[in-house]
Each structure stands twice: as C-alpha cells, then as structure tokens.
Write a protein that binds this ligand. Sequence first.
Ligand code: COA
Length: 170
Amino acid sequence: MGDSKYAKESLTITTKVVLPHETNTLGKLFGGALLAWMDEIAAVSAHRHSKQVVVTVSVNHVSFYVPIDLGEIVTLEAKVSRAFGSSMEVIIDVSIEDRKTGEKKESNQAIYTFVAVDKSGSTVKVPAIIPETEEEKSRYDAALRRRQLSLILGGKIKPSEATELKALFE
Ligand SMILES: CC(C)(COP(=O)(O)OP(=O)(O)OC[C@H]1O[C@@H](n2cnc3c(N)ncnc32)[C@H](O)[C@@H]1OP(=O)(O)O)[C@@H](O)C(=O)NCCC(=O)NCCS
C-alpha cells in the first residue's frame, strides 16, 4: 500500500493507578491529570505512526462519563484513526477496572490531533492510515468531518469549505 501503515501499528496501551496527589478533595481523579495522561499516550501513538517528533495542535473532544476514584486502575488505549498531510487524529479510549472481577468499564474518550514536525518546527508529511476493523473504518470516515469542524473552530477554513461536514446536515 505504498506510504501507508495499518492503524493497529500505532496502538499504544498504558495502565495507571490513581494516586493521592492526582485527586480532588472528594478523592476523584483531576480532569487535568487525565488530560495529561491522554496527551502523553496519544503523542506516543502518533510517534509510532509517523516516527517523527509530534506536537499537539488540537484537542477536539473529551468526554468524562464517570468519576474515577483514588486507587482505581485506569487503562488508556490510543490509536491513530486517520492521517492527513502532516496531521494525525488519535482516539484515546479510557477504561477503569473492577478490582475484584477485573471487568473493564469505559470511563472516558478523547480525540487529539497531532502534527509531525522537523527540528526547525516545520511540518513533515506522514504515512496514510489503512483501517482494517469495522471500528477503525468508521473512525477513519468520521475523522474527516471532525477535522473540518476543528479547522472551522480554529479559524483555518470557512464553513463553506467543509463539504463532508455540511453533507451531514443536508
Ligand atoms: C502545529 C504547528 C506546527 C502547525 O503549524 P502551522 O503553520 O499552523 O501549519 P499548518 O496550518 O500547515 O497546519 C499543519 C497541519 O495541522 C492541521 N491543523 C492546524 N490547526 C488545526 C486544528 N485546529 N485542528 C485540526 N488540525 C489542525 C492542518 O490542517 C495541517 O494538517 P495537514 O498537514 O494534515 O493538512 C504550529 O501551529 C505549532 O507549532 N503549534 C504549537 C504546537 C505545540 O507546541 N503544542 C503543544 C502545546 S503546549
């Protein structure tokens, strides 16, 4: 497939335990601590795909479905959903683990965009993504619309240029 790589090649997984300095007075994980964990793992995933230095250009979406308690075991999984020119969308799925049964429950999701840069900070082209599973394919398709929305909000394109995003409302 030429200069393309499978989405699974960027899969990055890490497990954390929530420590006292990462919690608020109710003993729940700070949102900011989770954002930092997600940024770090997503950057590693974008690096695995591009093999370049990557910088966060946009945090497109973050959901906090359930509070995460002190001592909880938290697993973060990040994978590049789509690459464009120099930019890559990375989706991070976060789950918490029942300490008795080991059963995992989805707690958060976030979507970050990274750009590959060289030593002088100039953008570098990255390989395209080949999605394989149904989930990878649907995330790949939706990534184009999310990119257009993010670029509109970032003042980079006009709404009239967001063809695929506009088609959702027609
Ligand atoms: C990221 C950076 C290198 C981009 O430089 P730039 O001159 O704006 O470059 P461009 O406008 O060509 O954008 C580069 C890519 O980012 C994408 N991009 C820019 N803004 C975006 C946004 N808000 N959402 C999604 N993608 C965005 C562009 O579409 C382009 O993607 P493509 O190459 O795949 O088509 C530059 O803005 C930068 O260094 N930002 C700071 C990054 C940083 O330090 N992050 C950590 C924050 S503490």
